[in-house]
Design a protein. Sequence first.
Length: 294
Amino acid sequence: MQFRDYYDTLGITRGAGAEDIKRAYRKLARKYHPDVSKERNAEARFKEVQEAYEVLKDPDKRATYDQLGRSYRPGQQFRPPPDWQQRYGVGGGERRFTDMNGFSDFFSSLFGGAVGGAAAGGAMAEEAEAGVLEVTLEEAYTGTRRRVTIHEGSLPRQVDVQIPAGVTDGQALRIGAGGARQGLLVRVQLKPHPLYTPQRKDVQIEVPLAPWEAALGAKIAVPTLGGQVELTVPPGAQSGQRLRLRGRGLPGTPAGDQLVSLKIITPPAETAQAREAYERLKRELHFDPRADWP
């Protein structure tokens, strides 16, 4: 199999900090997200970006990856050392789980025995937390089923986790018996999304507007987790103003809403015609945005 340079995938240096990694991920995920991207091979590139972020955002996974990464170049043939899983896999008597989530063979070869989340005995009176299960916002909206491997000492077993539609960040899901009297819980963590920011059942999105759309009002197409809808922007809309699409958030009883934050984008004055248009507006509108200042 070929070595994958996750730093190169995100376009960052090996010394990049956590905020640099998150910023690079959001930019590329927005560029290649299949719902909005017109780039060729957008879905494949989006998966590569997701995989790179999965590793580099996690200090433990990143440190593990860095131990081998210095010796390889992108595309070079790669094979983990024979004792890799023994040195970095799951051992001992702790109950942990691994979620491969459709990542590449390269990822699986490094983290097939990696920890899905820290074990925490006695999370509830009769239950214990097995770890954190990351899901996308789309999976949280539709619901899905995920197969994970539970590591109990040296006896791994596979179980299916049913993720219900409308699951929220931090919600605990029971995944079956994990011992004589204890059940197992996994805690859901929603992955960052390039378009939406979840707020419990609600989701927030920032929508760009042209100045004339804000001034005159407009009907615009806005993406939601359930598909595009038409949004009416009232005349005189301002940057930062919020509009609400009821029932367009995560499903539930009641369903969440989608909160649309408006952002006015000023066209650049890069041509003589554009500059003249701005000069004409300046002369004809007599507008002073600081007129109310003391």
